[in-house]
Design a protein around this ligand. Structure first.
Ligand SMILES: [Zn+2]
Ligand SMILES: [Zn+2]
Length: 215
């Protein structure tokens, strides 16, 4: 099952021009099986898009892109708004207590107003590649977005190397804000996923891989 794990709608992400209907219709036309809506900070966009998906008979799962003090994080299985600049340990604790899971979004890539872990650590005098073990909060992270549709191949390759070295799971998502970017990247799961809960369970198993899709 191919799921695009990272998309923004204009409902809660002012940086996106996509309505849920456009996002869903494009994803369906490009042949993927489901999408996650991960609007910035607010859960409303995902909730509305999921409802629209039901009416359009296309699976939409709920996520959220948090902006932590150490950069953007993709959160699944946590269905509340997340305060801007939340400390990363607070984010991980709240999400894990709710049974959810936290992935580093685009660890090396800056997109528009986005913030990444590499730059945030660098600003504090740490290096993402050399110092992972020296920054305890990083051990609470569950995985890494190893393929982001906005990042170039070289930048994604660095994220992939990091995930392999740390032996954490890797997901892929388009990070779409406009129609053309939808379903450019997805995550291939080896099982059927029908609900938000099943998605989180599948993410915890790490039997999936990020894939780039070409049309
Ligand atoms: Zn981001
Ligand atoms: Zn994003």
């Amino acid at each position: 099952m191919l799921i695009d794990m990272h998309n923004h709608t204009k409902i809660s992400s002012p940086c996106s021009v996509l309505s849920p209907e456009e996002l869903i219709e494009t994803a369906r036309m490009r042949g993927i099986d489901a999408i996650c809506v991960t609007d910035h900070l607010f859960i409303e966009g995902a909730t509305v898009a999921q409802e629209v998906g039901r009416k359009m008979n296309f699976p939409v799962f709920r996520g959220i892109e948090a902006r932590s003090e150490l950069g953007d994080m993709l959160v699944y299985g946590y269905y509340q708004d997340i305060p801007n600049h939340i400390p990363l340990d607070d984010l991980c604790r709240s999400v894990h207590e709710s049974g959810g899971i936290v992935f580093v979004a685009h660890p090396y890539h800056v997109n528009g107003g986005g913030v990444n872990l590499y730059t945030c650590l660098h600003g504090r005098g740490s290096d993402l590649d050399a110092d992972w073990d020296k920054v305890p909060v990083l051990r609470q992270l569950d995985g890494i977005e190893v393929m982001n549709g906005q990042a170039d191949d070289k930048t994604n390759a660095k994220a992939d190397v990091l995930a392999s070295r740390l032996q954490v799971a890797g997901i892929g998502g388009s990070d779409a804000h406009v129609v053309d970017r939808v379903a450019r990247v997805a995550t291939r799961f080896d099982q059927l996923i029908r609900t938000d809960e099943e998605l989180v369970e599948a993410l915890k198993k790490s039997s999936y891989q990020a894939v780039r899709l070409r049309y």
